[in-house]
Every structure is written in C-alpha cells, then in structure tokens.
Ligand binder design. Sequence first.
Ligand code: NAD
Length: 461
Amino acid sequence: MPQWDKLSPLDGASLGVVEATTPSEVSAMVVTARDAQLAWQNLGLTARGKIIRRAAEELALETDALARLVREETGKQSSLAHGELAAAIEMAEMMAAYGRFASGALFPSAIPGRQIRVERVPHGVAALIVAFNTPLPNYAWKVFPALMAGNSAILKPSPHTPLSAQLFVDVLHRSGVPHGVLQIAQGGAETAQALVTGDVNLVSFTGSYDAGVAVSEAAAGSLKKIILELGGSNPLIVCDDANIAQAVTTALQSAYSNAGQRCAAGSRILVNEKVYEAFRSEFLQQSDSWTWGTSDDVLVSTLVDSESAKKVEKYLTACEAGGAVVHRLGKGVNDSSPSTALVQPALVEGLDAKSDLGLQEIFAPVARLFSFSTDEQAIDIVSASPYGLTAAVWTRDINRAERMVGALPAGVVSINGPTHGAEINIPFGGMKSSGNGTRDAGVQAIEEYSQLRTISTFFEA
Ligand code: NAD
C-alpha cells in the first residue's frame, strides 16, 4: 500500500491520506538511527531521563488533541482515550525515574587487583512495531524503555492509527528527543518487514500471532533480539463458590470494554455447572443495560474498521451454523449512524470449548460461555488453548485459587479480578503462543531493551 486514506470508523469520514514509508526509505532511516545512537547513549541516563520527563509534560499539554485523534482513528470513547493517554504519560514518568537506577552492579573477583563491574548498555537500533487497539500505551510501552536504555528507535504504528502516532512522535521531538533518535515509519506489513529484515539490532513487536510468526521468520538467521507480545483468548473461570454478581460485572468489563479489542480480553468464560444457570441469567440481565453505538457515552464502541466488523459477523454465523446459540446483548444507541464498523455485543453458548471456534481470538465484543464440572476439567479446557496470555479465577477459597493458578498456563493471572488491566510497573506478557517469554512494562522493560557488558579493571593492588 503506497498510500492509504485513513477513515474514521465512527462515520467513514476521511482523516487524511497517509504515505507509506517505502523499503528504501526504511533503509535510510536505519542508517540515520545508527548515526544518531551513540551520541544518545553517551548523553547518559540522567540527561535522557530529563528529556523523557519533559516528554511526559508535553504529552499532557496535548491531551485534547491526542485523545480526539485516538477517538477518531479507533472509534473508542473519549474517556478510554484519556485514560490511555494518562497511562502513556505514567510510563514516561516511570521510565525517566527508574531508568536512572538501572545502571549496573559491582562484583568481587578472586583475583587480587581485579575489579569487575557489569553495566547495562543499549542494543543499538530498535524497530518498534505495534498494534492499533490501545495506541498511546502501545507506543509508550516500547518507545520510553527503548529510548531510556539508550537505543535509537523507529516506531511503526498500525495503519489504523497513523495520526496519533505522528503527533506522539512530534511531541517527543519537541521535548528534546533528537529527530534521528526517534523516527516514524508509516505503513503495513511491507514497511514492518523492511524494518525487521533491515540492519536493526532489536525488533519489538506487539500484534497478532500470525504477524508475530511472520516477524520471527523474517528475522530468522540474523540473531537480532526479538520481543514478541502476541494475542490471547483469555479464560475467566468461575467456581461454584464465587461471588456471582461481582464475577458477572467483572466478566462483562473484561469481555466488552474497548469493544473487546484487548489482547487480555476475557473472551472465554468458564462457569462451574452448579452455578451456570445463575451466572448466565445474571449475565444476560446485567448486559441488558449495556449500550453500544457511535455515541461517546456508550459502553461498547465501534470496532476499528468495517473489515473487522464483517469478520465478526462471519464468525457468529459460523457459530450458529455449528449449532451454537448467539445472544445479542445491550441497547443500540445511534442506530442510524453511518458507521459500518459497529457490531452488537454477543454472547455465544453451546460451542465445544476445545474447537477452533471455541478457542480462537476474536478481538471484538463477543464472549463464549462454557460449563465445567471440576476444577481439573476447567484447567484441562484452558490448557487446550494455544494461547497463554492472561486468566482469571473466581472463588472464595484461597487454597483452591492458588491450586488453580499454579496449574494455569498464563503469563498474567488474577484472583477474583478481571483478565485485563495492565499497570505500568507490572511486567506484562504471555506464555505459549502469546509471546516468546519477554515482558513489556515494569522494570523488566529496561532489561529487555538493554544488554549486559562485563568490564574488568586490573590495577596494582
Ligand atoms: P496485527 O498483527 O494485524 O498488526 C500489528 C502490527 O504488525 C501492525 O503494525 C501491522 O502493520 C504489523 N504487521 C501486520 N502483518 C505483519 C507482517 N506480516 N509482518 C510484520 N508486521 C506485520 O494486529 P492488530 O490487528 O493491530 O492488533 C491486534 C492483535 O494484537 C491481537 O492479536 C492482540 O491480541 C495483539 N495485541 C497483543 C498485545 C500484548 O501485549 N500481548 C497488546 C495489544 C495487542
């Protein structure tokens, strides 16, 4: 795609034509990034931290513009866009502060007159390729630790969110990040692949499993560091002793907030057969008051584009064709809206929990309800998934909760809580096909974006 017309999912209006960065332009960017990197590294942690703290302040000054762009580009509610900007700013603040402490360690030596220190050094040039769903945190989760660790970076946002990404990068330049240290490459898979196969030292990717595999394959043979944060099809397990009303309220949030477009969405709800009917009727009752549409005050907004909406309807048709029951939920607001990216939230019952339809990531306001008879069976159903991003267990019995958590193949687990809800200081990432063992956020992020150098000094003792 040499260029594309970015349309708002809210009403189909054009937000602007965006030029894709060509592979040869990507190569030139990588050269620029490499030329700029060492000076950025040599600036030191304190000076880099000051610039990043300034970026946090400047981003806050652009709150209205950034939140408006995110709403127009993704269709999500302004309140969500504002919350996401606040999280992005917090990540800048945390990296600016914590990054200054992440400087290294001293080790004793068995050899007299030898002193050993280990320091953290950057990888060099980092390619940062991200998903569309929570755009500002997605940029911040990668850009701030990469820059704080002393790398230069090229951000490749999703083609769904080119404008918020451009403004984000402009604000960072205005805050003092040199233009060669942070660049932006616009486009889709072709631009991303040019980065991955280019002369970069690190690729940090957030997106779907299929694209993550394509990234690994493209990088194979080069030994560059790869960070993969991929999809999920996350279970929320409700035991027979759970607080049902609270579990339902939380399950609705995990499944349908951000229109279900969360890697950590709780799209597989497993309920003990003894409380299945009680959970199901409470779920249908609570969801009845949920609103969906294009208006800014609904609970479920549009998807990111009409293609995604068509894919969901196809999925739901396949579920019905396979004998499942699809409940359409909530109250439509603005039904006369010209948006073609709207999907009415749905709950699917009667799928085989281990079938492809029961397991796959949907990335839309659709949840599936399953029943189980024993805790072991619940774990068995969860383990059948190729994914292992997040999970939640609802029970009043702490022993039971800990036993189940110990057996769950998931990188992030909550007890009596939602499947979603990342925080800047908490490492986030998945097991199995949800990633490659790396972690976003937390102090771990600085470790991912840097490597260790061991230095021995020999002196006359
Ligand atoms: P996507 O995989 O379609 O795109 C993600 C990024 O990869 C985009 O920048 C896209 O241009 C690029 N891309 C697409 N195909 C590529 C290819 N063949 N080679 C290289 N790059 C390619 O994902 P999306 O629709 O933007 O986002 C949804 C997905 O992201 C979901 O699977 C979701 O679970 C995942 N996600 C994961 C996390 C996490 O932290 N684990 C966070 C957010 C989203």
